[in-house]
Design a protein around this ligand. Structure first.
Ligand SMILES: [Zn+2]
Length: 136
């Protein structure tokens, strides 16, 4: 698995994710407890928080959906955050790993490594032997 060092853009992404979470945090009715930010290949950034409910949706889904709704299709880096987690970064859940794999397998995801250091890895490396749609 290839590992990438964080850039200033990546640190900014973490700040943006924490900011959108701070502005929308709710651990009561709506359960907005995760922020997210994505950097597109063209330099645009999008942000979002998770949405709770019967089916709920992780912050990564909301953020990628927001970017796609704005016409974006090429993604560079994504991060999910909460200020109480190690380095404020949360690894994507299995469902989000699959979504990222299907939409943008080469997007870099900011995670903590085994030593607790922030690194970036490709979404495809977070989900070996992933399910893929069969095109007949
Ligand atoms: Zn998720």
């Amino acid at each position: 698995m290839e590992r990438y060092q964080l850039t200033d853009h990546d640190k900014r992404l973490i700040e943006i994710g924490l900011d959108v979470l701070k502005k929308n945090f709710d651990d009561g009715i709506y359960n907005h407890t995760v922020g997210c930010a994505v950097l597109c290949k063209n330099g645009n950034m999008y942000k979002g928080v998770n949405c709770d409910g019967i089916h709920g949706s992780c912050a990564e889904y909301i953020t990628i959906g927001s970017a796609i709704s704005a016409g974006e299709r090429e993604f560079e880096t994504i991060v999910a955050v909460h200020d109480k987690h190690l380095n404020c970064v949360i690894p994507p859940c299995g469902n989000c790993r699959q979504m990222l794999y299907e939409y943008c397998p080469d997007i870099k995801v900011i995670v903590n490594d085994e030593k607790g250091q922030l690194i970036k890895v490709k979404a495809r490396d977070l989900l070996p032997f992933a399910w893929e749609p069969v095109i007949c």
